[in-house]
Design a protein around this ligand. Structure first.
Ligand SMILES: NC(=O)c1ccc[n+]([C@@H]2O[C@H](COP(=O)([O-])OP(=O)(O)OC[C@H]3O[C@@H](n4cnc5c(N)ncnc54)[C@H](OP(=O)(O)O)[C@@H]3O)[C@@H](O)[C@H]2O)c1
Length: 326
């Protein structure tokens, strides 16, 4: 018998999540029975949105990478690394369902399996920009939350495809990283001046593709600059996530009529057939340094609630992770 700490939702927040909405709770974990494995989580992915179906008293869920510490299941050996959705807990028992074995390339750090090579970051960016937005070489591309996990990858894929790429982000430090490390043509801090005006200055040839992670003023500003037959791939609307009901207000939607702009929301289900192609392309781009990645890592389960809250405040450059063990 051992003890595991986990992060529980104590009450559903009305608006922004606060520290008192979450608690660290200890739970006893038994030895695995026949057919089961005991997993110790190493790295937790911190997502920007809470599952809307989650109710008070439940353990937070999220992507994670763990190591099999004890196995009584023939499909898993002790020491195997697995990715799964049982994050925000130190140790747990599984019957093997929902576990995917990962065989990390020795030259890539484990964290990329929760970021550039993960379904909820790298693959969303890849499928969203290439399949949903149907990106063409040389187009004018705008990506919001470009300093974050999904945005930083989407923006760099557009650069690889020979596009002119502008990113928005929430700090001057992230603007610098986007221009000097990630190689974007331009980046701006959306907190310094209205989005619409900054887009007008930095994208004088208009926008062919907008990869939207934010909604609200970003979507409005982009709609004002969209070119004829432009495409808006709607990945998320984070500006509304802390609003009760998750609303986002858009005023310039009518611009889509005469400019014949397509707006399309998406999930990985729309391009799951591209998974193998994605893994092969992304591994190559990571290896040859064409995709740069950065992680912001908090240490220990006690820091997980802060990581969730700080992510919404923009404390992360690249992917926000919590490290529980090496
Ligand atoms: N469609 C799908 O299936 C799918 C799957 C995964 C993720 N997503 C979406 O992808 C987006 C990015 O997710 P992620 O995991 O990569 O998170 P992330 O970008 O790494 O982190 C969230 C970032 O959002 C920015 N932000 C917070 N509040 C904001 C506001 N009011 N206005 C503008 N920016 C704000 C913050 O950065 P700065 O303020 O510093 O820029 C923060 O760092 C989210 O909208 C998410 O819902 C969609």
């Amino acid at each position: 018998m051992m003890l595991s700490r986990e992060v529980r939702l104590v009450r559903r927040p009305e608006g922004a999540l606060r520290p008192e909405d979450l608690a660290i709770v200890e739970r006893e974990v038994t030895d695995p029975a026949e057919g089961e494995v005991l997993i110790r989580n190493l790295l937790l992915s911190v997502p920007p949105a809470m599952n809307p179906r989650m109710i008070a008293g439940e353990t937070m869920a999220g992507g994670a990478i763990g190591r099999i510490e004890k196995s009584r299941n023939p499909s898993f050996l002790e020491g195997d690394l697995v990715s799964h959705r049982f994050g925000f807990r130190e140790v747990f028992i599984s019957d093997g369902k929902g576990l995917a074995l990962i065989r990390p390339d020795t030259d890539l750090p484990l964290a990329v399996y929760l970021h550039a090579l993960s379904e909820s970051s790298g693959f969303i960016a890849y499928g969203g920009i290439l399949h949903i937005a149907q990106l063409q070489e040389g187009e004018q591309v705008f990506v919001s939350t470009a300093g974050g996990s999904v945005g930083s990858i989407a923006a760099q894929i557009a650069k690889i495809k020979g596009c002119y790429v502008v990113g928005s982000t929430g700090s001057d430090e992230k603007v610098r990283w986007l221009k000097t490390e990630a190689g974007l043509d331009e980046a701006f801090n959306y907190k310094s001046a209205p989005v619409r005006g900054q887009l007008k200055t930095l994208m004088p040839r208009g926008i062919d593709v907008y990869f939207d992670n934010v909604g609200g003023d970003h979507l409005d500003g982009a709609l004002a600059q969209m070119n004829v037959l432009g495409r808006v791939a709607i990945s998320g609307m984070i500006s509304g996530y802390n609003e009760p009901g998750g609303r986002t207000v858009v005023r310039n939607l009518s611009n889509s009529i005469y400019r014949r702009v397509t707006l399309r929301g998406f999930t990985v289900a729309d391009f799951i057939h591209l998974k193998d192609q994605f893994e092969s392309d992304m591994t190559g781009w990571l290896r040859d340094g064409r995709i740069k990645y950065h992680e912001t890592i908090y240490d220990g389960i006690a820091k997980a609630p802060a990581a969730i809250i700080d992510l919404m405040g923009g404390a992360n450059l690249g992917k926000m992770l919590v490290r529980l063990a090496h």
